[in-house]
Design a protein around this ligand. Structure first.
Ligand code: HEC
Ligand code: HEC
Ligand code: HEC
Ligand code: HEC
Ligand code: HEC
Length: 276
């Protein structure tokens, strides 16, 4: 009796442990998904509304904002936990911004971009035919920005494409260099080469490069791209040095192995001569 009791105890513990573990494992994906997109009352109610009131929900789910935990109330304000008070201005609801207020609305979280935009020809034309952030990026379906946003269809809504194209061409060349160097650094990192310094330099150059666009200043983009290309050429040289050193080491390694094999063969022959 006592014996079985003692034996049962660890068994029960093991079973309990396994159950808790299974529960944790099954909860984990659900929990992390919810941490990214908590189901607020805004999403719940608007998800069931028609047309212009419901459409934002499915568009937003695909956006970089949803991926980054920026929800309806992060932009529009309001109380995401209380359905009755959700859109009450007393709970911080600011509703839909009027067109001239959109840059400041987005710029709360993108202050560097806002500053460049306001100083640009586009910002100067805000309210008199200039584009706002959502003209180029969209509203609820905003994705990671890229040079693809500079295209004939989008940019010729208001003027010719030539200046836009000059900016795109200058930036595309630099973007190509950046992507190429990024790939080579990643390859070295995979085989355990110390690329810390190179990685940091590239990170700084890339960040600087991606602050160029909103100025929409063709001359500045050209001048700074040239400077950035020179910095990238330096990184390219540093990578070539590593590549050459590795190639040399391979040759030396090959020579050493060949020499060792040769010695072994000689030794074997000598041994045979003695034995005979
Ligand atoms: C119980 C349902 C319900 C909840 C909860 C709710 N909304 Fe609404 N929302 C509506 C309806 C209905 C309208 C359209 C009528 C109106 O403007 O009051 C609307 C309108 C809006 C508009 C457009 C207003 C305009 O001027 O065109 C925005 C933006 C908005 N809601 C955001 C939110 C946000 C953010 C939350 C959460 C903090 C939220 N809503 C919670 C039902 C809801
Ligand atoms: C990144 C900021 C941002 C987020 C996140 C966001 N919105 Fe909006 N929303 C805006 C802006 C800006 C406008 C105004 C668009 C315009 O003027 O065309 C707007 C407009 C709206 C409108 C009015 C649409 C119309 O056509 O009249 C509704 C309704 C709305 N949002 C609901 C939501 C809901 C619900 C969510 C969450 C699923 C959400 N928004 C998330 C920025 C945001
Ligand atoms: C409450 C804060 C907040 C507001 C308001 C907001 N954003 Fe964002 N936005 C973020 C965060 C966080 C990210 C993801 C991290 C990042 O890339 O900066 C992001 C990412 C982006 C990106 C992609 C950046 C990239 O790296 O490619 C764009 C474009 C963007 N937002 C545009 C807008 C526009 C346009 C508006 C206004 C309609 C807006 N945002 C309003 C917080 C915000
Ligand atoms: C004329 C079109 C246009 C307008 C207006 C515009 N953007 Fe952009 N935005 C772009 C393009 C193109 C890029 C990509 C640039 C690049 O790849 O370096 C970009 C990049 C971004 C990024 C990513 C920057 C990074 O560091 O990678 C953010 C965030 C952003 N825009 C937010 C905004 C906000 C906020 C506004 C309004 C204040 C705005 N944009 C206005 C076209 C525009
Ligand atoms: C909603 C209208 C509108 C859209 C869309 C638009 N622009 Fe503009 N753009 C303007 C206005 C207005 C000006 C100022 C007057 C002028 O120089 O034509 C301007 C000026 C410019 C200039 C000249 C800046 C200077 O300092 O001389 C460039 C470059 C430019 N835009 C690039 C772009 C690019 C790239 C796109 C597409 C991603 C774009 N624009 C989309 C309205 C727009």
């Amino acid at each position: 009796m006592i014996e079985t009791g003692i034996r049962r105890l660890p068994l029960t513990r093991v079973a309990l442990g396994a159950l808790v573990l299974a529960a944790l494992v099954s909860l984990e994906p659900a929990r992390s998904a919810r941490a990214q997109q908590p189901e607020t009352v805004c999403i719940h109610c608007h998800g069931g509304l028609p047309e212009r009131l419901g459409a934002p929900v499915s568009l937003w789910r695909q956006s970089i904002h949803a991926q980054s935990g920026i929800s309806c109330n992060s932009c529009h304000g309001g109380d995401p936990k209380n359905a009755a008070m959700a859109m009450n201005p007393a709970r911080g609801f600011i509703g839909v911004p009027k067109e001239p207020d959109i840059p400041a609305f987005c710029g709360r979280c993108h202050p560097g971009v806002l500053k460049d935009y306001l100083a640009s020809a586009h910002g100067q034309a805000l309210g008199s035919g200039g584009p706002t952030c959502i003209t180029c990026h969209g509203t609820h379906d905003i994705v990671k920005a890229s040079l693809d946003l500079i295209n004939e269809k989008s940019c010729t809504r208001c003027h010719s494409f030539d200046r836009a194209k000059a900016i795109r061409d200058a930036m595309q060349q630099t973007e190509g260099y950046i992507v190429g160097i990024e790939r080579r650094i990643a390859e070295f990192q995979e085989i355990g080469v110390d690329t810390d310094r190179l990685g940091k330099s590239l990170f700084a150059v890339r960040n600087r490069f991606h602050t160029l666009f909103h100025d929409v200043n063709v001359e500045r983009v050209k001048a700074e791209s040239t400077q950035i290309n020179a910095e990238l050429a330096r990184l390219d040289r540093d990578l070539k040095v590593i590549e050459e050193e590795r190639a040399k080491r391979k040759v030396v390694g090959g020579v050493v192995i060949f020499g060792a094999l040769l010695l072994a063969a000689l030794f074997h022959m000598m041994k045979k001569t003695y034995e005979d």
